[in-house]
Design a protein around this ligand. Structure first.
Ligand SMILES: [Zn+2]
Length: 632
């Protein structure tokens, strides 16, 4: 393993890296209609089916990624949930006024990042043709520009922030059709972009963490999987811009970026090698089905039996190159295979692979080489499936293989393997021609009072952190709290009377995790219930120990009133006179004559009433009692 590369190294290789962070806001209503924006408790009703077409953007061009999606010729089905989607969401009714709560949060964020705000906000339409929106666009409004944040003492410029509509959530996906949930469409979404001047993969992670924290500190962000998404753009000198989509775990972001750098370096090496060999791709598709008329290969014979074909092509002077590794567990062949898969095949077979893996015999191999007119330095790729699909797959593989000679294709890539931190091709990178004006809404005038209001609510991540360090007397605890999705809950709990802040932090950071590890879903407890539990403790109605127990029970019996759980499980605290008489009755006339007896008694008492008794109070009372006894 090589040492971790430093800033100097990344500068040398022309590393460019920028982030796009998307965060769903937690407002009551959607951005341009009155639908419920809370995704919990929805039921599906009717569905609609649509097909989408790419249209020319503002500059008159059809975007390549839009065209690519259209070529897949898929149908899209949209599930509609009562109260969670309306005619606005499926573009049968013009948008209503922009949600003022969402706008307020956006302006507060703009102020927090010292951004300029346009005097008038102009909603635009951004083309979306992958089906994730039945209208084939999403509304996007520039709400801030020319901003900056400071991360680890470095100034990071934030050129733009948008208030957008969330897309539909995908339910199922197949070659010919995809099913989406419309409830998510139109939920307000913040997009924050950085310039591509992030200096190292490590810094990218820190910037993403910082922005994520800032977003959470607004107190109005949705939680849970998919509610925040970070896209990373990466390139190196001679390489191309690659967008990695859907990194949900921030902790691994740097490793994905490092691997992308390596992938581009290897692809550049491959390109150099292929050029030096004068390599080329033969754009002739050859039907090789006859070669396999009596094949032992189960995969191929099954395909042929299902009236499939085997189609192949020759790659001149590619021998050994298709098998070259570009990332852990991924070869140039994998990259080519990703493209072929878009046609609906399972993958490709290439000549750098071990043919015995597929039970392809030596004579079949000879026949392929013969039919394709190969010589010693050449390679082949074959695909099997329904003729039309196989032929389309081969066409896509040819395009990708040819690109390997000259360049690295700009792509949008998705996470392929979370353990190896690798990505795979998803679609061509969208160009700049996806935006066009939304003519169904009026521009939104930004008044000076709106800006003043935003300014007064501006958030400083570093000030918040300093405040937490002071409250929790621990940098480590403060940092963990800053990153926790429960930060807002902590803030609310910490503001209550008699709050023990370190205890709160310990419970929501540590105990919740332990309980989760025991297989109890702590996300099932509403924040209101957690607040009620802590209020009981701060009021002296339950003990510290009972807090954890109550959280466990509340998670299992979500929805049941906390008071009832306390009652039915005997969790209320015994204190004062009640505790005194309990001690007397447990003593059953025995006296606490010496230290040994006293400590034994306290031990056995605590093991019985651990959840009901505060240890300090018990000690006090017992020593009071034993003093009384010894006087007798
Ligand atoms: Zn709606």
């Amino acid at each position: 393993m090589e040492n971790r590369r430093d800033e100097k190294y990344y500068k040398q290789i022309g590393f460019m890296c920028g982030l796009e962070i998307h965060q769903r806001l937690a407002t009551d209503r959607k951005l341009f209609c009155g639908c419920n924006a809370n995704l919990e408790e929805q039921q599906h009703g009717p569905t609609i089916t649509r097909r989408l077409r790419a249209v020319a953007g503002e500059l008159g061009e059809i975007d390549r990624s839009a065209k690519f999606e259209e070529l897949k010729e898929r149908n899209f089905k949209y599930l509609i949930s009562d109260g969670h989607a309306c005619l606005v969401d499926i573009d049968e009714e013009p948008p209503h006024l922009m949600n003022r709560d969402a706008l307020e949060i956006a302006l507060k964020l703009a102020a927090s990042m010292s951004m300029k705000v346009p005097a008038e906000l102009e909603p635009m339409r951004k083309e979306v043709v992958d089906g994730s929106n039945p209208s084939a666009f999403q509304r996007s409004t520039l709400t801030g520009f020319n901003g900056r944040i400071t991360v680890n003492g470095n100034k990071i410029e934030i050129p733009s922030m948008f208030l957008e509509e969330e897309s539909a959530g995908i339910i199922s996906n197949s070659e010919s059709y995809a099913e989406y949930d419309t409830s998510r469409i139109g939920i307000p979404l913040i997009e924050i972009d950085t310039f591509p001047y992030i200096k190292t993969p490590e810094e990218a992670k820190d910037v993403a963490l910082h922005i994520g924290t800032l977003l959470r500190l607004t107190g109005f962000v949705q939680r849970g999987i998919g509610s925040i998404r970070q896209d990373v753009n990466v390139s190196i000198s001679g390489g191309s811009r690659i967008e990695i989509k859907g990194l949900q775990e921030l902790s691994d972001m740097d490793k994905f970026i490092e691997n992308e750098v390596v992938r581009q370096q290897k692809l550049l090496e491959i390109s150099k090698l292929l050029n030096s060999r004068n390599a080329g791709v033969d754009f002739e598709k050859t039907d090789l089905t006859d070669v396999f008329s009596s094949t032992e290969s189960k995969m191929i014979s099954a395909s042929i039996t299902a009236s499939g074909s085997v189609i192949g092509f020759k790659l001149k002077h590619f021998k050994g190159v298709i098998g070259m590794e570009v990332n852990p567990g991924r070869r140039l062949g994998t990259e080519i295979s990703d493209y072929a898969k878009m046609a609906g095949v399972k993958g490709i077979i290439h000549s750098d692979e071990d043919m015995s893996k597929y039970k392809i015999s030596a004579s079949e191999l000879d026949a392929i080489r013969d039919k394709l007119g190969m010589d010693g330095e050449d390679a082949f790729i074959i695909v099997t499936g329904k003729k039309e699909i196989a032929s389309k797959a081969i066409g896509l593989a040819m395009e990708r293989a040819k690109l390997a000679i000259s360049t690295i294709p700009p792509e949008t890539r998705a996470v392929d393997n979370r353990e190896l931190f690798t990505t795979r091709f998803m679609r061509p990178l969208p160009g700049g021609s996806r935006m066009y004006p939304e003519t169904d809404t009026r521009p939104i005038l930004i008044t000076s009072s709106m800006l003043k209001n935003a300014e007064s609510g501006a958030i400083s991540v570093s000030k918040e952190r300093a405040k937490l360090v002071e409250e929790l007397s621990s940098e480590d605890l403060a940092d963990r709290m800053m990153l926790s999705p429960k930060l807002q809950l902590y803030r609310e709990l910490a503001a209550s009377k008699n709050a023990d802040r370190q205890f709160i932090a310990n419970v929501i950071l540590q105990k919740f995790r332990e309980i989760q590890r025991d297989g109890i879903n702590t996300d099932a407890i509403p924040n209101a219930a957690v607040k009620e539990i802590f209020a009981l403790f701060f009021d002296g109605k339950i003990t510290k120990q009972a807090v954890e127990q109550l959280i466990r029970l509340a998670a299992k019996k979500a929805g049941k009133p906390i008071s009832e759980i306390v009652e039915s499980n005997g969790l209320s605290r015994k204190t004062g006179k009640a505790l005194e008489s309990l001690i007397e009755s447990e003593l059953k006339g025995h006296s606490l004559e010496d230290k040994e007896h006293t400590s034994m008694f306290i031990k056995s008492f605590m093991s019985k009433y651990r959840l009901n008794v505060d240890g300090a109070e018990l000690n006090d009372l017992v020593s009071k009692l034993s003093a009384k006894h010894s006087k007798k």
